[in-house]
Design a protein around this ligand. Structure first.
Ligand code: DGY
Length: 321
């Protein structure tokens, strides 16, 4: 590189990632982790060759259209890119990348945590211990559902879905999956492919959503789809809140048709859904699927690898637009 490219980093990233940014780029960092709105993004992008954002920044069609011409690449610190209007980026000729692979283990761990937490009523139990309301024990006390040996249906058998399947096999779960295309037998590892949701849903004891939020998948998990699950099924979502019709989920949880839900993501973030939070049969986390130290470092490095490739004239490995 002749002169160092300038990169606008929208959020505070791990120290090791800042070190590499400061070494290789002229980095406009955000040490106070202020959440920038569209106007501030435009202001700070004025001299940037690159932007390194998170999913918390929403690159709408209008914002992308207004980005200054100096911005040539948006290297996301996320695998999900539903916060980016990719068509608008393509129209501007701005390269967009994401960070796949490096968060598959962390997200699959979180999915297992949600599955166990929802099935074994961990949220209720934890609250009881904290508010001092544990007064009794009986054979009928806090009885949940076993997951060992049950059937797990995975919608979206990409890297996270495949890793989750591997972890769930440790619980002797039988794996079914629905995906845009069938995987090779080596990747399936014995999981059964369902060509339609109509085939998958009625067979699931636990359903895990692991597909991206796109115009086609937004709100697809609606009341009609929920009814296709067997009574007493458990639903897990570590992908994006927008996949679920939340009012329909609330009704299904209230009726008990869905016995419990374990959720890390919501239609409205931050904050989540207070009506979901009011239900005892939910086990809830605040979008921390990839939040461990190792993974956060790896996400930052992956975003930097993509920028390094781009500025050295090579194609970035994780280009999505
Ligand atoms: C991702 O990488 O998409 C996670 O949801 C964090 O943004």
């Amino acid at each position: 590189m002749l002169s160092k490219p300038t990169v606008f980093v929208t959020r505070k990233l791990p120290d090791a990632v800042h070190d590499r940014l400061n070494r290789d780029y002229v980095a406009d960092l955000n040490p106070d982790d202020k959440l920038y709105g569209a106007d501030e993004i435009l202001e700070r992008a004025r001299y940037a060759d690159a932007i390194l954002p998170c999913h918390t920044e929403h690159f709408t069609e209008d914002l992308v259209a207004a980005l200054p011409d100096c911005v040539r690449i948006v290297a996301n610190f996320s695998v999900g890119v539903d916060h980016c209007d990719l068509e608008a980026f393509r129209a501007r000729g701005i390269v967009v990348t994401n960070t796949p692979d490096v968060l598959s283990d962390a997200t699959a761990e979180t999915a297992m945590l949600l599955m166990l937490g929802a099935a074994r009523r961990a949220g209720e139990g934890e609250r009881m211990m904290r508010d001092g309301s544990w007064k009794d024990w009986s054979p009928a006390f806090m009885v949940g559902t076993a997951i060992t040996g049950k059937t797990l249906g995975i919608i979206g058998m990409g890297r996270v879905g495949q890793t989750l399947a591997q972890r769930a096999r440790g619980f002797d779960m039988n794996i079914l999956y629905y995906n845009r295309s069938r995987l090779s037998p080596e990747l399936e590892q014995g999981a059964r492919y369902c060509a339609t949701l109509d085939e998958l849903l009625p067979a699931c004891d636990v359903l895990s959503l692991n597909c991206p939020a796109t115009p086609e998948t937004r709100g697809f998990f609606d009341a009609a789809r929920m009814k296709q699950l067997p009574a007493g099924a458990i639903v897990i979502n570590t992908a994006r809140g927008a996949l679920i019709d939340e009012p329909a989920l609330i009704e299904a949880l209230k009726s008990g048709h869905i016995a419990a839900a374990g959720l890390d993501v919501y239609v409205t973030e931050p904050g989540g859904n207070t009506d979901i939070a009011a239900l005892p049969n939910t086990f809830l986390l605040p979008h921390i699927g990839s939040a461990n130290r190792e993974t956060r470092d790896a996400m930052g490095f992956r975003a930097l690898d993509n920028m390094d490739a781009y500025f050295s004239g090579a194609p970035p490995g994780d280009r999505v637009a």
